[in-house]
Design a protein around this ligand. Structure first.
Ligand code: ASP
Length: 329
């Protein structure tokens, strides 16, 4: 019925979903080549699901997404939130850093309408390209009232994930995303949406960070721990950056020499301890951090912990407040 018909905005940022290369091949292509209008046109039946309006923020490989892109997307999505004729938003994005953008937007968008991110593992010119199916699922999800107030959602390969928890776990398969121990939020098959769980942590309209202008962001880098990690490199990073996330072994652990650097550090740089593992938590720890010099990232992977630390530092949060942020976001 005409009055049920939704209007969905599709915002393109590039990625393999808009990639083009040798006809039929799944490798050797360039991401972000095709205009969003062409990508949308390639999806049979999509125009029957909703009225679409299209925007292009950029056409890049997602490895080149910056805070400048985040700023543009935030401005545009919040303008669409205020536009009563628009019911939901779909963002197309490269899969490599999709989980970072999804987490960041989940923290900074002041929205309640559905916001769904999708991408593709194979370029539009490949045999069995997965982008058209993913885009169909994303528009169907964004047009479904159940998706409102759920924070930023991600859909690929029939599976619905929370922006906070989604992880790319495979570099080749079209089933490249998981949120592992946390399970899925639901499924989308063709146009049928079936949501099962709700995200529990604060997000979007309930996030304290949705007022950020995303400008003058503090610099935070990641120190990757392995046997014989160079403690001198960590010392350099502590002197150079506003924050350092330690991608520790196990529950956020590191060699004795690294611990010595952390314990002797009394500068401004804030240190977050995360785990390099995809599952489990880095919790406050008396063995590796008896002097409580670090902030525990819990289950957040280092690259997501980096974003939360950047937002905390940008808004002038104290060490204790940032530790609390890692408990509630
Ligand atoms: N390198 C591509 C990108 O992230 C990969 C993809 O989209 O699947 O933009």
């Amino acid at each position: 019925m005409a009055e049920d018909r939704k209007k969905i905005a599709v915002i393109a940022t590039g990625g393999t979903i808009a990639g083009a290369g040798p006809a039929g091949d799944s490798a050797g292509y360039r991401a972000g080549e095709l205009p969003v209008e062409q990508v949308v046109k390639s999806v049979p039946g999509l125009a029957d699901v909703a009225d679409l309006e299209m925007y292009t923020v950029c056409q890049v490989d997602s490895n080149d997404v910056t805070f400048g892109v985040y700023r543009e997307v935030k401005k545009l999505v919040e303008a669409l939130e205020a536009d009563p004729s628009v019911d939901g938003v779909v963002i197309t994005h490269g899969t490599d850093t999709l989980e970072e953008t999804a987490f960041l937007l989940n923290l900074v968008l002041d929205v309640k309408k559905p916001v769904v991110i999708t991408g593709a593992m194979r370029p539009a010119t490949a045999t069995s390209a997965d982008g058209p199916g993913n885009l169909m699922q994303a528009v169907s999800l964004a047009a479904d009232d159940q998706a409102a107030g759920m924070g930023v959602l991600v859909v690929l390969s029939n599976m619905v994930f929370a922006g906070r928890d989604v992880k790319k776990t495979d570099s080749m398969s079209t089933d490249a995303f998981r949120q592992n121990e946390f399970g899925l939020l639901g499924y989308v098959r063709d146009r049928r949406v079936s949501l099962i769980h709700r995200p529990y942590r604060f997000h979007t309209s309930a996030s304290r960070f949705n007022v950020t202008d995303l400008r003058d962001m503090p610099e935070v880098e990641i120190f990757y721990v392995h046997e014989e990690s160079d403690p001198g490199l960590l010392r350099y990073m502590l002197e150079r950056y506003d924050g350092v996330v330690i991608a520790g072994t196990g529950g956020g652990n590191y060699p004795r020499a690294v611990q010595d650097v952390i314990e002797s550090w009394d500068g401004e740089c804030m240190i977050v301890r995360a785990s390099r593992l995809p599952e489990g938590e880095a919790v406050p720890d008396e063995v590796f951090d008896p002097m409580q010099r670090t902030i525990a990232a819990y289950d957040l992977m280092p690259h997501k912990a980096r974003l939360l630390l950047m937002l905390g530092l940008q808004s002038g949060r104290s060490r204790e407040e940032i530790q609390e942020d890692f408990r509630v976001y």
